[in-house]
Design a protein around this ligand. Structure first.
Ligand code: FUL
Length: 446
């Protein structure tokens, strides 16, 4: 085994795995939002049972421009919207079910909230993503082959009526339908529709392009690899790891021991490999995905915690999907927006003072980074992922002393030094690499 994991042939094989154009574009978004909204917002449930009367949805108008502008101001690049959650209720005017927004007070039964949000996103330069729950507790065909047709029809509606979609997000949670049956999902057919009708959209979570980080608590891995075994795309396994019961328990679940790292060399031996980067999904509230009155009493994630989540996702070769839930007036609660703005302000402060004129020269597996003498607090390193992910272990030195050590780099690694160091040169030693390392960029902040 030792011979094999160090063999040129094996390492060449790993480093031949690279992202698709749409995966790169997606990862460049770094931070974007989830909006969970629907009948649950009005009933105080997390998982609706599919029997709720749509008349509970009493809001007549929603200012989707405001949603978009508020989130855009927090630095977000897109919104993934719950077009349909597990209760089967559609926030778009689907032709294939009456259980939709047209049965509510919204715009006197003539509205389509996905359309309104899509148009607002377009007006303000935000991307739109769709969460369409495969699990459906209302639709009577659920549990039969016919349900796959139903789901494909809805996917087709969403792919063709609302402009460009950057992401389809499929949940792993799956239980019984209204008739007590479980569904066998025709994933390949779903993916084919998306790839044909929205070829630039990534398919996340239960999908081949973006991998769930494995918990909803904002915990990243120490080493985050994007080249992993294609077996991780196994939907059954994703479903098994996903939320099994309604409630908040899963939000506190820690990453399983076995998932500490997914792409070590020994884990890749004999495996078929793919580029499958991680996404961290969290909610700004400490519990739940939908708004609930009682949550107004609970704490929000602190700015420190959001920063930590950011470093463990965006700063560690993953993306950050941050949920905010509108209330039963159809508005994003002020205190959520305020918290996100505080988070933004902290990020802006952290990355305000960039050192200009940084030069990089490579000498084998190490890089000399030179600049005019400055007090460096943060070093941001990006590998050129068009040549795969190669660095497995690295070290930064300044004035001849080690100031940081880490494992993977990948798309982006944010290295916060324990204390600021005054220097005019930093050396990056890549102590362990799968192949000759290629950097895309290094940025330094005071
Ligand atoms: C989970 C769902 O069951 C939650 O309700 C929420 O949508 C979350 C993002 O995924 O698996």
């Amino acid at each position: 085994m030792l011979d094999e994991i160090n063999s040129k042939e094996f390492l060449d094989r790993i480093t031949s795995v690279v992202p698709s154009g749409k995966q790169i574009e997606f990862q460049n978004m770094e931070y974007y939002n989830f909006i969970h909204f629907g009948l649950n917002t009005f009933t105080g449930k997390e998982w609706g049972d599919g029997k709720t009367d749509p008349s509970v949805f009493t809001v007549k108008e929603i200012n989707t421009d405001k949603w978009v502008l508020q989130l855009k101001a927090t630095g977000s690049k897109g919104i993934i919207f719950t077009a349909k959650h597990h209760d089967g209720f559609c926030l778009f005017a689907s032709e294939y079910t009456d259980y939709n927004i047209r049965k509510t007070a919204y715009k006197d039964g003539k509205g389509d909230l996905v359309r309104d949000l899509a148009e607002a996103c377009k007006r303000h330069g935000m991307k739109l993503g769709i969460y369409l729950s495969p699990w459906d507790r209302h639709e009577s065909t659920y549990g039969t082959q016919e349900y796959n047709d139903y789901f494909c029809n809805q996917l087709t509606e969403l792919c063709t009526s609302y402009g460009d979609i950057f992401c389809f997000w499929f949940d792993g949670a799956c239980g019984e339908g209204p008739n007590g049956k479980k569904q066998s999902y025709d994933w390949e057919r779903y993916f084919e529709i998306i790839n044909r009708l929205q070829p630039d959209a990534v398919i996340a979570n239960c999908g081949p392009d973006v991998r769930w980080i494995g918990n909803e608590q904002g915990k990243g891995r120490v080493s985050e690899y994007s080249v992993v075994s294609t077996r991780l795309r196994d939907r059954l396994k994703i479903a098994e790891m996903s939320q099994q019961k309604e409630g908040a328990a899963v939000m506190s679940r820690m990453p399983a021991e076995r998932d500490k790292s997914l792409g070590e060399r020994e884990q890749l031996i004999g495996e078929e490999l793919c580029w499958y980067p991680a996404e961290m999904d969290i909610s700004v509230t400490e519990q739940g995905w939908f708004w609930r009155k009682s949550f107004e009493l609970f704490k929000l994630r602190s700015v420190d915690n959001l920063m930590q989540c950011y470093y463990e996702s965006v700063g560690n070769n993953a993306t950050l999907l941050l949920n905010v839930a509108p209330n039963n007036k159809g508005e994003l609660p002020e205190r959520y927006v305020k918290r996100l703005m505080q988070f933004r302000a902290r990020l802006d402060r952290q990355f305000a003072n960039e050192v200009e004129g940084v030069k990089i020269s490579q000498d084998g597996n190490s890089f000399r980074i030179t600049f005019l003498e400055s007090e460096i607090k943060t070093v941001v390193i990006c590998e050129d992922v068009t040549r795969s992910q190669r660095i497995e272990k690295f070290r930064l030195t300044a004035n001849g002393e080690a100031v940081y050590s880490g494992t993977t780099v990948g798309f982006k690694k944010i290295c916060n030094l324990k204390k600021a160091v005054k220097c005019s040169e930093i050396v990056l030693y890549t102590d362990k690499c799968r192949n000759e390392p290629y950097l895309y960029r290094v940025r330094l902040f005071r």
